[in-house]
Design a protein around this ligand. Structure first.
Ligand code: 9MR
Length: 418
């Protein structure tokens, strides 16, 4: 090889080949995951092949299968066919499972939404629902979204059947019932548009404080992050709003991330801007201790709720409708890889960060990634690092954790150093 050729080869960017979940774990998160569309999962093998690779997606959540209308469409008759699709896939693939959702005004069967209830009768209904569904998935859910979208977009409490019967008393009630039904899984409040730090965020802080004042066991807040290209807050702004909740002694996670284009089809500039927005969201999670993971609401534009709900918008996900990775995928992998190879994977910035990790520019700022043959395994030695896997059926890696972390049971297939 000519000297110049050799030099060029040495200086050539190393393409980021590692996958999203394995990079996320190396970067200090617990997981990078996706929701699973129940119908696509039954009909599209190529879709399932990518989704089943736990190096790419280490966590799944059902898009619709565990909701009230899917699990208890008729009072007292529980069906888990749809919900079990995601639980079985996670078990088969060795992936973590987030569970979604127990108490929500939407996808709520008519017999609940339009019933005529008092506090006692509606408590019985909620308790029976929570007990049955949580019992069915006991030992399998890392988190449960106990309460979903209880705050309206204008910053008032949502006028649902639950609010009309109980006022704010149902907030602590549902967390207490959930803790009684499954004391192990982490209990989350989950909502959208919290990212903008506006009136809705204020009200959600108030909701959390009501639950905590009643000594009920809320443990995390899920930021759904259904965002729009070009209007997504920047990394520092996002970290600031996440910290409003971690300062209340809660975990936080991005639970339903997608960033839609409002002009379709997007040109290359818009696709690159989408990459910047994605990197800012993922980067903000890396910047905040107790931001435990990122879940995208589907991974491919082939299957997304967005165009159906916001006609004329779309292309919100990391893979296009041909299952090819988009610029946004490269941005996310770059921001994770930069954190994974840094000396301090989860710093605690005290001032507004411009960051030592590039927020994006994946093509011009290539990141060198060490080969990572075994996801979630420690770099060396017989002890797993923080968030690393330390047990589970079929696991042959380390079963001890570096101090001060302890090997904590997540589900039969996954224990983790926490
Ligand atoms: O993606 C889900 C879509 O298939 C359903 O039709 C819709 C019905 O409400 O729910 C979508 O998922 C929602 C999630 O459960 C809660 N946050 C908002 C999500 C997008 O609407």
């Amino acid at each position: 090889m000519h000297t110049t050729g050799l030099l060029a080869a040495l200086l050539a960017p190393v393409v980021v080949s590692a996958q999203l979940h394995e990079l996320a774990v190396k970067a200090g998160l617990q997981y990078f995951g996706t929701c699973i569309g129940e119908s696509a999962s039954q009909s599209d093998t190529a879709y399932m092949n990518i989704l089943s690779d736990k190096r790419e997606f280490g966590q799944l959540v059902p898009e619709n299968g565990q909701k009230w209308d899917a699990t208890e469409g008729t009072r007292g008759r529980f069906t888990y066919t749809q919900g079990d699709i995601s639980a079985s896939a996670a078990r088969r693939n060795g992936q973590l499972l987030r569970c979604h959702t127990l108490v929500w005004h939407s996808q709520l069967p008519n017999w609940v939404a339009s019933g005529s209830w008092n506090r006692q009768t509606l408590t019985e209904v909620i308790e029976s629902h929570i007990n049955n569904v949580m019992d069915h998935y006991r030992g399998q859910c890392l988190h449960w979204d106990v309460l979903n979208e209880a705050v309206d977009d204008n910053g008032s409490y949502r006028n649902s059947v639950f609010y009309r019967v109980f006022g704010t008393d149902y907030f602590p009630l549902v967390f207490n019932l959930a803790k009684k039904a499954d004391p192990v899984t982490k209990l989350y409040y989950n909502d959208y548009n919290l990212e903008y730090n506006g009136a809705k965020t204020e009200k959600t802080v108030e909701l959390v404080k009501i639950i905590q004042a009643a000594k009920a066991p809320i443990e995390g807040v899920g930021f759904q992050a259904h965002l729009i290209v070009g209007t997504t807050p920047n990394r520092a702004q996002l970290a600031t709003v996440l910290r409003r909740f971690t300062s209340l002694n809660l975990d936080v996670a991005y639970t339903e991330l997608d960033i839609r284009h409002e002009t379709m089809p997007p040109n290359s500039q818009a696709l690159s801007r989408q990459g910047t927005d994605y990197a800012n969201v993922v980067g903000s999670c890396l910047d905040v201790d107790r931001c435990v993971g990122v879940t995208v609401w589907g991974y491919t534009d082939k299957y997304s709720w967005v165009p159906g709900t916001f006609p004329g918008t779309g292309a919100a996900l990391l893979y296009d409708d041909q299952l090819r990775k988009k610029a946004a995928w490269t941005s996310v992998s770059s921001v994770l890889a930069a954190a994974a190879t840094g000396s301090n994977p989860n710093p605690q910035p005290t001032t507004i960060i411009t960051t030592t990790r590039p927020a994006t520019t994946p093509t011009s700022t290539p990141v060198v990634v060490e080969p990572t043959p075994t996801p979630s395994s420690p770099a060396s030695g017989s002890e797993a690092q923080r968030w690393g896997q330390c047990g589970g059926q079929g696991w042959s890696g380390p079963t001890r954790c570096v101090a001060p972390y302890t090997c904590t049971y997540g589900n039969p297939w996954y224990s983790q150093c926490l």
